[in-house]
Design a binder for this molecule. Sequence first.
Ligand code: MV4
Length: 524
Amino acid sequence: MGLNCFIANNKFIIFTARNFSISIMKKILVANRGEIALRVMKSAREMGIATVAVFSEADRNSPHVRYADEAVCIGPAASKESYLRGDKIVEVAKLLGVDGIHPGYGFLSENAAFAKLVEQNGITFIGPTPEAIEVMGNKLAAKEAAKKFDTPMVPGSEGAITDVVLAKQLSDGIGYPVLIKAAAGGGGKGMRVVERSEDLEEQMQRAQSEALSAFGDGSVFIEKYVGSPKHIEVQVLGDNYGNIVYLFERECSVQRRHQKVVEEAPSSCLTPEKRKAIGEAAVRVAQSCAYIGAGTVEFLVDEQLNFYFLEMNTRLQVEHPVTEMITGVDLVKEQIKVARGEKLSFTQQDLEIRGHAVEIRVYAEDPMNNFLPDIGKLQQYKKPEGPGIRVDDGFEEGMDIPIYYDPMLAKLIAYGKDRTEAIARMIRAIHDYKIVGVKNTLAFCEFVLKHEDFVSGKFDTNFVAKHFKPEYLKQSNEDEMEIAALLAGYLSDKPSAKKASSAKPKQAEEGRSIWAKKRGTYRD
Ligand code: MV4
């Protein structure tokens, strides 16, 4: 163990003590399920690392259990009794001689106490330090840390605000509308828009009591409300030696009630200058908590392209594949390498954007019925394939979709030389995807991808609320049936003479970029 210091922005940072020697990582336990458990185990296997799966009674027949070298049942279906049982997971890890635990996303991934417990038991937590998780887990602490590193913030209160009179003075000064947010919140929970000075007192009291009952912490803060923002996040990666790089941004504005629907990289609204500025701001946020591993810094971007720090996610994110596709970096591999004490093998100058990637999340939900989660048997399941297509999933044909967990069935990722090609490949892949037995969001995603405001890049976080109506899908279903009927008639008259197009994927050019050093694992 040792202390490490470095100078950034004329500020002297002292790292908390961490193990600076290269540690051996022969066996990794993945404290998760579904697609992300598989995703992590694939990279581990490529690195010659053995894998341990943990699973609940509902997941006995899951692919992640079969894929792992060893698998242990840790409890009943309910997450609280299985995937959230950090104590049991550490017990299993010790029993099986595990060197590192990867938490995936959700479940225990941003639980500082779990990260601490893992390390206290002599096992490497494949993620940031408990201190970084803790600071960024509290929105106010996160803002305070980031502010010291010259991070642009939405105008608002300094810290928690309890006094209504002060809150009113401040809000009158900022100008309405303002937004009241819970310090312990996140993902949009406990937010309240206040349109007029007269409404402030009532809304603030409501926000405080809501926050108290939801998070056990009633502190709130106030920000100017940005009306039509884009949600842009930056992927960062830090090592134990003070090196932090950014792997560009992901555009995540297309979301429905704080659930992301379509993500892409890069964002089509940024200029190279803005991209550099937002990337460097993200690195400073990561520096503010001496970040180690893969993390994501979220920003709000307004219509004038001003960007403001929102929060930092101290985990690997669902949408990480789009970043992998455009940079050629395997983020899970880098997480493992950093966790075992290696220096980052590339610098900021080595990184560049190649092409464009789009991801859609396929949920087992019914978009025609207010996105009601659907469960049942996957009677037919056939994935799309072909140039530029990647599917990260955790289910197979014949499997039951359990009710206990997140309804995400799969992530479909399309890569192309540019945005137009990526979108065209995505629409083709949606058509080639066959999911029978469970209602899903494929048609909804197709609606988004074909919408002129999505195609032109003129969209913000209001896109779905503004444009989507369930009737549109009914209409398109009818259209498709009509087309199918017409086609059937046509085909019965004349035999089809369909030509298959076979566009060859472009070979990666040699250069000084990271593409020359590493092969993009998932490209084509
Ligand atoms: C905002 C905002 C407008 N103004 N803050 C929602 C989730 C949480 N992380 C922060 N969020 C927002 N904060 C100010 N000052 C609008 C949102 C917001 C939003 C942000 C990102 C993605 C989708 C969103 C949907 C609605 C509102």
